[in-house]
Design a protein around this ligand. Structure first.
Ligand code: SF4
Ligand code: SF4
Length: 180
């Protein structure tokens, strides 16, 4: 967060996704898993990627989805969407690491994965750089904010992870992240 005069601002980072341009090549999954491997670039495994392509080649459906928040509970119902004559499940657009799907879970530990916008990576988000058809476009904008981030939000999130995976698993994961 930045303070300008009496106004607080922060940068909102967005990856705009054009579903019509995505051809399902999965280069974004490869580079994301590779850049987040420990050590960096030591392996690539799309199952560890923080972007996944929801694919249905027979219906020409490729939907890039970036990993968002972890959730303890799955939804009670599902909606269907029809866009340009193609039918999509609600889950196709969902960013959650959720008990009812395989995406966005670290395959060995089962811990949730979340896109970090390649924080600290020179040149910005790697999935955007590797998408040759510009299905992914990065955008930054500065917005005014009213409130500081609340530490209690972090505590609620950590508590739910401890309940789900146990304290030791969480400590191991944080220590792996710190060593990257
Ligand atoms: S790199 Fe681009 S075109 Fe390829 S799967 Fe990812 S978003 Fe789609
Ligand atoms: S911005 Fe970085 S962390 Fe997020 S999905 Fe793309 S490559 Fe992965």
């Amino acid at each position: 967060m930045t303070v300008k005069g009496d106004k607080k601002t922060k940068i909102i980072k967005t990856i705009n996704i054009d579903v019509d341009k995505c051809n399902g090549c999965r280069a974004c999954e490869v580079i994301c898993s590779s850049v987040h491997a420990a050590p960096k670039f030591s392996s690539n495994n799309p199952a560890r990627s923080r972007i996944r392509i929801i694919r249905d080649p027979f219906r020409d459906i490729y939907v890039p989805v970036l990993a968002g928040e972890y959730t303890v509970a799955e939804c009670a119902g599902r909606d269907k969407y029809v866009i340009d004559g193609k039918e999509y499940d609600e889950c196709s657009f969902c960013r959650a690491s959720c008990p009812s799907r395989e995406e966005f879970k670290e395959p060995d530990s089962g811990l949730p994965l979340k896109c970090d916008m390649c924080e600290g990576e020179e040149g910005g988000p790697m999935c955007v750089k590797w998408c040759l058809v510009e299905a992914l476009v990065y955008e930054e904008r500065e917005v005014e904010v009213e409130e500081e981030d609340r530490p209690e939000d972090l505590e609620i999130g950590l508590e739910s992870l401890v309940n789900r995976y146990g304290l030791q698993s969480l400590i191991d994961s944080v220590s792996r992240m710190a060593n990257k």
